[in-house]
Design a protein around this ligand. Structure first.
Ligand code: AMP
Length: 271
C-alpha cells in the first residue's frame, strides 16, 4: 500500500482516503463519492480495529462481510481497497499508542475509555501507510472528527480532514453497521433518536428555551420510548470543545448516545 501510494504521489496524483470498519452502507458510499469528486485516486480501508473496542464491547460480533463489501466497492468510485491483517498491523511487539487529551474523554469517550486512543492510533498508522492528500470522515461520529482534526493539527500532518454529512434511512435513523443488531421492534424504536434531536434543533432555532430546556426535552423524548434502556448522554455541546453549553453559541452540537436492547446508538445534529 505504501509503495502504491508513493507511486501515485510521485506522478502528482492526489489521494482521497476513506477509512472504515467494513459492513459498508450508503454512509460509507457517500464518503467515497465525495472523495472521488475531490481526488484522483480513492483508497478505502476495511479494518475492524480491536484497539478501539473496550472490554465487553462488540468486537467479536461486529458485522464482517468482506465479500459483500468487495462487491459494493467494485461498483463504486473507489480505486484501491486496503485490508490490513490484524496480526501484521498489530504484531506482538506493538507498543505505541497515540492519545489526544481532553476532548477524547468527553461524550462517548466518558463511556468508552481508551476508545479514541484506539481510533487515533489506527488513524496514525493508516495515514502513514496510505499518505492521503485528504481523508474523509462522517459527521455521524462527530467526536471522532473533532479528535482527528486535533491530531492532524497538533502533529502537523499534511492532510486535509473532510467531514461529510450523515447518511440516513428514510425515517431519519443514521445509517450504521451496528443497525443490523436491532430487532424489528428495536429498529422502529430507534427512530426516536433523530426525532428528538430534530425537535431539539428546532427549539434552538426558534428560541424556545435555553440549553437546559433543550436538554430536558431531549432527555424526556428519549425516555418516553420504552425500548430505550439507557441514555448515556444527551444535551447541547460546544462543537469545538465538546463541553456542555450553558449558553448557546453560533453553532451548537445537539448529541446523544442511547442504548436500545443492548445496541448502542449515537447521533447528532448541528443547530
Ligand atoms: P465505520 O465503518 O462505522 O467505522 O465508519 C467509517 C466512516 O464512515 C467514519 O468516518 C464514519 O463516521 C462514517 N460513517 C458511518 N456511518 C455514517 C453515516 N450514516 N453517514 C455518514 N458517514 C458515516
Amino acid at each position: 500500500m505504501q509503495e502504491t501510494s508513493k507511486r501515485h504521489l510521485c506522478k502528482g496524483k492526489t489521494i482521497g482516503f476513506v477509512p472504515t470498519m467494513g459492513a459498508l452502507h450508503e454512509g460509507h458510499m457517500g464518503l467515497i463519492k465525495r472523495a472521488k469528486s475531490e481526488n484522483d485516486i480513492v483508497v478505502v480501508s476495511i479494518f475492524v480495529n480491536r484497539l478501539q473496542f473496550g472490554a465487553g464491547e462488540d468486537l467479536g460480533r461486529y458485522p464482517r462481510d468482506i465479500d459483500n463489501d468487495r462487491e459494493k466497492l467494485r461498483s463504486s468510485e473507489a480505486d484501491i481497497l486496503f485490508v490490513p491483517e490484524d496480526k501484521i498491523f498489530y504484531p506482538d511487539v506493538f507498543a505505541s499508542h497515540v492519545t489526544v487529551e481532553g476532548i477524547s474523554g468527553r461524550l462517548c469517550g466518558a463511556f468508552r475509555p481508551g476508545h479514541f486512543s484506539g481510533v487515533v492510533t489506527v488513524v496514525c498508522k493508516l495515514f502513514n501507510i496510505v499518505k492521503p492528500t485528504r481523508a474523509y470522515f462522517g459527521q455521524k461520529d462527530f467526536q471522532q472528527t473533532v479528535v482527528v482534526n486535533r491530531l492532524v493539527e497538533d502533529l502537523n500532518m499534511d492532510i486535509e480532514v473532510v467531514t461529510c454529512p450523515t447518511a440516513r434511512e428514510s425515517d431519519g435513523l443514521a445509517m450504521s453497521s451496528r443497525n443490523t443488531y436491532l430487532s424489528a421492534d428495536e429498529r422502529a424504536a430507534a427512530t426516536v433518536l433523530y426525532k428528538a434531536l430534530m425537535f431539539s434543533s428546532k427549539m434552538i432555532k426558534t428560541g424556545a428555551g435555553g440549553p437546559d430546556e433543550v436538554k430536558n426535552k431531549l432527555t424526556a423524548m428519549l425516555r418516553a420510548e420504552p425500548l430505550v434502556c439507557d441514555i448515556q448522554y444527551a444535551g447541547v455541546y460546544d462543537p469545538e470543545t465538546l463541553v456542555e453549553l450553558n449558553e448557546f453559541k453560533q453553532r451548537n452540537l445537539v448529541a446523544a448516545a442511547i442504548n436500545i436492547g443492548g445496541t448502542r446508538l449515537i447521533d447528532n445534529v448541528l443547530a
